[in-house]
Design a protein around this ligand. Structure first.
Ligand SMILES: Nc1ncnc2c1ncn2[C@@H]1O[C@H](COP(=O)(O)OP(=O)(O)OP(=O)(O)O)[C@@H](O)[C@H]1O
Length: 245
């Protein structure tokens, strides 16, 4: 692991009277899987949306490889090298797996042959090679989730933002997804992942950061962070922490 790929410095977002994210700073290192945790409403999705160009931060900078992308449009952020998966996967239902995986390729090239070869490689990477010609609406929910990951990979990101990749998955599927995300990192892609399933975060993350009421309250090794009194207080309340001590 070497150097910062993403540097988030002092970003904030307010919706009317609600301060959803407050002067948030953190970094993602080259080759790192960073877990982003926090109770419901803590500001995780808002932070993701600012990095991905869906929300313009009210203040602060977001640098990818040293270039400020804060306030850029989603397609500019994508071209800069950030891919994103969504909690609800929405592939083009009438397109096949390979066709879905070709769409992202056109953001970088217009060479159809090359784009198809890259899409087929990603289908194999996902274990969907035998379903390359299957229309997306005929896939199982879990295969659609894998396709969602593949669609993000097809834009050739340096950093992948992943949102709740195992929601609704069986334990076996969750384990398969953990292995896939590790393989994504082995391809040289860094990962920032929001996930409520603690087992997945613990299995995947090199480091974890925690948000509460829009502010960063912890940054460290997974096992240290999940036992920190401040984090337990955010999730379970003051009384729980007092009862344990
Ligand atoms: N577009 C919006 N307009 C108004 N308020 C919003 C908007 N988006 C988010 N919020 C509010 O901002 C706060 C942070 O929401 P956000 O979705 O970022 O939290 P989260 O940590 O992702 O939560 P969850 O784990 O439940 O998805 C919440 O109080 C939410 O209601």
């Amino acid at each position: 692991m070497s150097g910062s790929l993403l540097e988030v410095n002092g970003i904030s977002k307010r919706f009317g009277g609600l301060q959803a994210v407050k002067k948030l700073s953190f970094n993602v290192n080259e080759g790192e899987i960073l877990g982003l945790l926090g109770p419901n409403g803590a500001g995780k999705t808002t932070a993701f949306n600012m990095i991905a160009g869906f929300h313009k931060p009210d203040e602060g900078t977001i640098k990818l490889g040293g270039h400020n992308i804060a306030g850029s449009k989603p397609w500019e952020v994508c071209r800069a090298g950030i891919g994103r998966t969504f909690q609800l996967s929405k592939p083009f239902g009438d397109l096949t797996v390979v066709e879905n995986l070709m769409v992202g390729g056109f953001s970088r090239s217009s060479d159809r042959k090359r784009i198809r070869a890259a899409a087929e490689e990603i289908a194999a990477f996902l274990g969907l090679e035998r379903k390359g010609d299957t229309e997306a609406h005929n896939l199982t929910a879990f295969d659609r989730r894998k396709l969602e990951l593949g669609r993000a990979l097809s834009t050739q990101p340096r950093l992948l933002l992943m949102d709740e990749v195992v929601a609704g998955a069986t334990p076996n599927e969750a384990s398969e997804m953990v292995e896939l995300v590790k393989k994504v990192r082995a391809r040289g892609v860094s990962v920032l992942i929001v996930e409520h399933v603690m087992k997945v975060i613990m299995a995947l993350s090199d480091r974890v950061i925690v948000l509460d009421y829009g502010s960063l309250i912890a940054d460290g090794k997974p096992k240290d962070v999940v036992t920190s009194p401040e984090v337990l207080k955010a999730y379970f309340g003051e009384r729980y922490v007092q009862a344990r001590t």
